[in-house]
Write a protein that binds this ligand. Sequence first.
Ligand SMILES: [Zn+2]
Ligand SMILES: [Zn+2]
Length: 824
Amino acid sequence: MDREPEKPQDSLFDVAVMAAIPHPLTYRFPPSLSISPGQRVLVPLANRKATGVVLGPTSRLAPGIEVRDALGAIDPEPALSSELVRLGLWISDYYFAPPGEVFRAMLPLRQATRRARHACLTEEGRQKLQELAASLLEESRKSQDAALLAYLDRRPGASLGILQRKFPSAYPRALDQKWVTVEEVKKERTRRQVLAVRLAGPVPEHPPWLTPVAKRIIEALEQQGPAEDHRPLLEAARAQLAHLRKLNQAGLIELREATPALPLEGRRRGGDSALPSGDAEAPQLTPAQATVLSELFPRVDSGEFSVVLLHGVTGSGKTEVYLHLIARCLERGRSALMLVPEIALTPAMQSLFYSRFGEQIALLHSGLTEKERDDAWWRVRRNEAKVVLGTRSAVFAPLANLGAVIVDEEHDSSYKQDETPRYHGRDVAVVRAQFAGAVALLGSATPSLESYWNGREGKYHLVKLEERIGGRKLAAVEVVDMRQEFRETHTQVPLSRKLKAEIEAQIRASAQTMLLLNRRGYSWFLLCRSCGETQRCVNCSVSLTYHRREHRLTCHYCGYSTAVPSLCPACGSEYLHYVGEGTEKIEQKFAELFPGARVARLDRDVARRRGEFLRVLSDFREGKIDILVGTQLIAKGHDFPGVTLVGVVSADIGLGLPDFRAAERTFQLVTQVAGRAGRGDAPGRVLVQTFYPDHYAIRLAAEQNFDGFFSKEMAFRRMMHYPPITALANVVAQHEKLERAAQVAKEMGEFFNRVEGQYPGIKILGPGPAPLAKVERRYRIQYLLKSASRSTLHALLKQLAHHCTQSGLQPREVMIDVDPVTLM
Ligand SMILES: [Zn+2]
Ligand SMILES: [Zn+2]
């Protein structure tokens, strides 16, 4: 059954290696291996093994480039479709991210790794090998030393056990002579598959060349029928996997990846014991929803790309529009993708999706275990799940024949990834829809300025839902001027008399209240009243926040935490004072202020304890909690019909930040949290406490006047040359040593001076310290690049990236952030 050896015709392929390398590398693959774009492969990189994604055959090889042999394929079939390979290359180009790192982000698959010690050739070892190979003495050329070195040259990273067994005398000598180094490297393991096996057709007369093993396999299949799991079959036939593969190649049997019995991800993760079956009736559509859908359906049916922005006020039934659009895609035999900012925190959304689409759903988000994510991902890849609901990285879900990409709460900044590749999930969703010929539907009650601008300019098709469903009114919002409160009471307290009285009335009426304070922890920081020092993070230029539960000071940027000192570390004074209120303190204060009321808290600290988070959510929904205190997490898409009062304890925290999106964020947050009030039958009220009652972001959010805010904010962006009027990029030189960061910034500055003239209309601001001048031990020096023309900006950044590589700057020393959502 062994075939005639074919004439070796090695093929060269470009591979995006999962490492910080700015361009693909070329490898040689044996002709026996069938390789296609999108396939994951194992390749040598320096003296280790690395995973890569095949991009395509190499068209032209630069002379003098040494091509190494690839080590093999990881999956039998491409993990990524050509459409997703194209998307990855687009991201790499647009966001200036190494292609391998983009594909790493796109393939959230398990890389079961196990620490192992491997041997590699040193430079001396390589020289010795050449010396021995060129030797005139045959005994040198054929020595065990030469054999060992040649072996390691062919197989970098061979295991120590093999070397010891194969070369018992040469191995200790090679170590001694430092021809070989031993290092601890990660060994990547391929996925363990379960294969389904069946006969390709009847085998009437067993071919004479069948080996006894092959005969046993075929006989077993003839007797017992197709096998869902190859392992018992192998046992029965006393065969190896390789035998199956040979029979498969010979066309006698068929192998495919089996469908393991999978748990529904949401069943356990969502905390719902009994999920509905997937045939729940959709509620009656309102005329406004029907109108929106009548705009969307022809777009799905046409198979042409378009972008629709759905601006719908809070409680206007956007989710029902999404569900109908997805159902339409399925009817047309297409798949659908829906992104949400925080899926793990919205179990209600999960249940709703399961109730409509049942087992056709796959969830993809970071709250899953590796195994769950792996299973869900392959279920999608195998076309068994045609609807994906997930967070940012689910935009890469391997769905085929995509009909619609939906981005809910499209304004949410969590769609932007804050590490390489720094892509924006919403913008990538639009490009993905473009490559797939699908509809991109962006939905929000407070669209980003970028998207709304595109809607106004006609680049996106703008549709609206202007009324709440069921004829419910938007909650009435009242602004409480905290300056006046201070003048009249002469005390600085977190609660105005007005808000306090309203909460008391709520408790008497057994109605629920939600309070927003966008600052977690107990106190903002610890201040010494003697010398004025605050306790700062050792890694970042920020104050540490006091967390009472752990009784520790914690950094919200890098996670550093330290014990609370009893004396000031700077001057030894004991007059340490906790300044400001966080959610933890407000929760405690309220429990004292409103005895008998049931008070709970929701913020990232609670969310970390998953069980507690889900319990608070369900208790609040069931009316077992009177007052819920929380950060912006409580503003995110929750639907609590019992809430009739929403209080914003302070709307000011975000306004003072040195960031051009400060007003936009404040407007969005206040509007969104106000939207949580009055979603049930009783009308809702909202009180917003602020020291800046005249600020347009506060005033227009109180009026829930989106168009008014848009015009006002656009005037500011236009004047200051900020997005969406201008394309923006943030370029940061960063290093643990301030001198090195300054040197990198200087290098970039000289480059900008040289080339600025070639890029008319571009504005380069800087260098200056970033608003957070030090984060995670790294000093940061910033340039801000602005251009009316996106292509001009891209061309300049491309030249900059090239220049940085040429002049030896390390990728981690230069951070390029295209379309930044924050300049902090
Ligand atoms: Zn002090
Ligand atoms: Zn820190």
